[in-house]
Design a protein around this ligand. Sequence first.
Ligand SMILES: Nc1nc2c(ncn2[C@@H]2O[C@H](COP(=O)(O)OP(=O)(O)OP(=O)(O)O)[C@@H](O)[C@H]2O)c(=O)[nH]1
Length: 294
Amino acid sequence: MVAIVGRPNVGKSTILNQILGQKVSITSRKPQTTRHRIMGIDTIGERQAVYVDTPGLHGEEKRAINRLMNRAAASSLGEVFLVLFVIEGTRWTEDDELVLSKIKQANIPCWLIVNKTDKVPDRAELMDTLKALNEKHDFENVIPVSAKQNRQIDHLRQLVLKALPESEFYFPEDYITDRSSRFMAAEIIREKLMRFTGDELPYATTVEIEQFKLTPRGIYHINGLILVERETQKRMIIGKSGSHLKTMGAEARKDMEALFDNKVFLELWVKVKAGWADDERALRSLGYDNDYKG
Ligand SMILES: Nc1nc2c(ncn2[C@@H]2O[C@H](COP(=O)(O)OP(=O)(O)OP(=O)(O)O)[C@@H](O)[C@H]2O)c(=O)[nH]1
């Protein structure tokens, strides 16, 4: 098992999706898109790498949801053979420092993955950064990649497969993730909320799947409930005459049909549930602590 860790927004989920050639972990340009720990399973011939994509580790922990996300990320370090520590180009922040300190504590082999190299045109600058970072920790490997442009991703994938010790497969070879279709449906809806709403709104929303069933005519009938914290947010999500919700629903349905390889009928509802992100009990009932073992 291989953990992919790093601060929010460095491209962890994009790297995983590129390795697998399929979207199992949602992405957006906004930090803290990934809220759960998700496994992506890569099997080639006799080898299987199980990647654990984690929420971005961050210093800010005022809300219960942030505490649970950080715990999910940190706890994954306890159970893996290798850590891929992802950073963004030549940028090094306090949150990167925080992630590195957790890795040092865990004392497991770590590779530094320098992503978004497409944003660093100056090779000399990149080399200087790599040199400086190498002095911070004894990284087993330092690999510059660009997940967006799919550069060096296959190289990384092959190196990981070679580095893993011999053992039984953890998952059947046709598995691509450990998560259920129901979970994936909720994540797809959440991705559209992250992508199609303003800067603050996505952090005030979460998604519950109230119904997921296959009808006798072979169509998936999915009901998704979007929870928000305030009435004004509900109005923003729904939009004029429901137009905004309709656009997000259409995009989500397209992705679901591609992922499930099946026709989908999707209904979305929006409900106000004040304080859901601050309330640990409410979060547990929404499945936010399933990731955390400790
Ligand atoms: N230019 C560039 N952008 C990238 C690259 N990789 C990812 N991105 C973008 O960076 C943003 C964040 O990517 P994610 O994969 O969601 O990042 P993450 O680290 O999983 O984020 P969290 O969910 O916040 O932990 C998205 O807009 C991606 O398209 C890259 O190699 N180059």
